[in-house]
Design a binder for this molecule. Structure first.
Ligand SMILES: Cc1ncc(COP(=O)(O)O)c(C=O)c1O
Length: 394
């Protein structure tokens, strides 16, 4: 791993901010910033289509870098504009019929829950949620039972939920899905770049994520992994376009053989090059090293918060780099802004984005602190001191 000093020297934002909002959008390192600026400059001087032709090799490198990051082949990768966009494209290829069911977890991401509720209304499918364990996280036995009773057409699970501080057992659930031949969609938006993720080990058909969070890539960029099992079936996104398919006869089109059948024809190639640089950077730093450093930093934050007498809302056997703490007697905006006034970035996680989880915990909001490997122990100390001042001094 690069030293902390090297990592921070390559992260211009570190000179200005104490950034604990990596679950929102992380600070980009220089190679990610430079890749985009260089591409834009080239595009401005050359022409959009011409620059894309000249840089075809670099653009193709996006797919090979992502394949290395995820343990799959370049043919399994599609570039998208966000995790939610990837998710919608993935579920749009499943031929749901009235009466089908979809199995998910209580802790799954808000937009996934809304998309499934929308499908439920439109197509009269049934949305099933597995029980949660008392200690937090999905109950894999409940998932297994519901799979056997209802034979769902799709199982979906959020790997690292946005608010509950936990890591879900995506591999165990993947094994159950594979044994039963059920399509399996994993939302890895908060796990990509935070944990080592391997598509074969997870055994998923789709894996959706965004670049701006723990991958430290640009905003407006996401990706979708699609398994060979899906590519080899007659499954394509409902609104497939001329990138995804060839129009071969008046009334017939043929989808591309690879995951790029899930892409739009038009996208921002500066973002593609920035995203590639983010994948390469994560590989250079090393996912195992990132994971280990994050565990250490999060332990410091969690211990510090507990020593201050604050209640951490995180549950689950395995915890993530997302820490949510309850703050009684203060308005969320006041806490957020008071920290920002001290140059410290965090975020607010409110009940509306975690309805089931927060109702079970009896809270309406929490302060979300999400460290990443380039944060320092000194920054953790400054954050804790600032919180102490805001909460106990005013
Ligand atoms: C777990 C999870 N999934 C999906 C998303 C959505 O990502 P995007 O805004 O890129 O669509 C988020 C965003 O916070 C998330 O935390």
């Amino acid at each position: 791993m690069l030293t902390i000093d090297q990592l921070r020297a390559e992260t211009p934002g570190c000179n200005i901010k104490i950034h604990f909002n990596n679950a929102g959008a992380a600070l980009m390192p220089k190679p990610v910033i430079d890749a985009q600026l260089n591409y834009l400059a080239h595009e401005a001087l050359t022409g959009g289509y011409e620059a894309a032709d000249e840089r075809a090799g670099e653009i193709a490198g996006f797919y090979t870098s992502m394949a290395l990051l995820l343990g799959c082949a370049p043919r399994n990768i599609a570039f998208t504009s966000s995790a939610t966009n990837s998710f919608a494209r993935a579920i749009s290829c499943v031929p749901f019929k009235a009466g089908d069911s979809i199995l998910i977890a209580n802790e799954d991401y808000i937009s996934n829950q809304i998309q499934f509720l929308s499908l439920e209304k439109r197509l009269r499918i049934r949305l099933l949620r597995a029980d949660s364990l008392p200690e937090g996280g999905v109950d894999v036995n409940s998932m297994c039972q519901l799979m056997d009773i209802h034979k769902p057409r799709l199982v979906s699970l959020t790997h690292v939920p946005t608010n509950s501080g936990l890591v879900q057992p995506v591999e165990e659930v993947g094994k159950l899905c594979n044994e039963r031949g059920i399509l399996y969609l994993v939302d890895g938006c908060q796990s990509a770049g935070q944990l080592a993720v391997d598509m074969k080990a997870i055994g998923c058909d789709f894996f959706t994520a965004t670049f701006r969070k723990f991958l430290r890539g640009p905003r407006g960029a996401g990706f979708l992994f699609v398994s060979d099992r899906v590519l080899n079936q007659e499954l394509w996104p409902l609104y497939i376009d001329m990138r995804g398919a060839d129009w071969v006869e008046k009334d017939r089109f043929v989808p591309r053989p690879d995951a790029r059948r899930f892409e739009d024809w038009e996208f921002n190639y500066a973002l593609v090059t920035g995203s590639r640089a983010a994948a390469d950077y994560a590989l250079k730093v090393g996912l195992k090293a990132i994971e280990q450093r994050n565990v250490l930093l999060c332990q410091l934050v969690r211990e510090g918060l507990k020593e201050m007498g604050l209640k951490i809302l995180d549950k689950g056997q395995k915890q993530s780099s997302i820490i949510v703490v309850a703050i009684a007697g203060k308005e969320p905006e006041v806490v957020l802004k008071s920290l920002r006034a001290r140059n410290i970035n965090t975020s607010i996680s409110s009940r509306s984005s975690a309805l089931i989880d927060y109702d079970a915990k009896g809270v309406t909001w929490g302060l979300r602190i999400s460290p990443h490997y380039y944060n320092t122990e000194e920054e953790v100390a400054l954050l804790l001191r600032a919180l102490g001042e805001i909460l106990y001094i005013g």
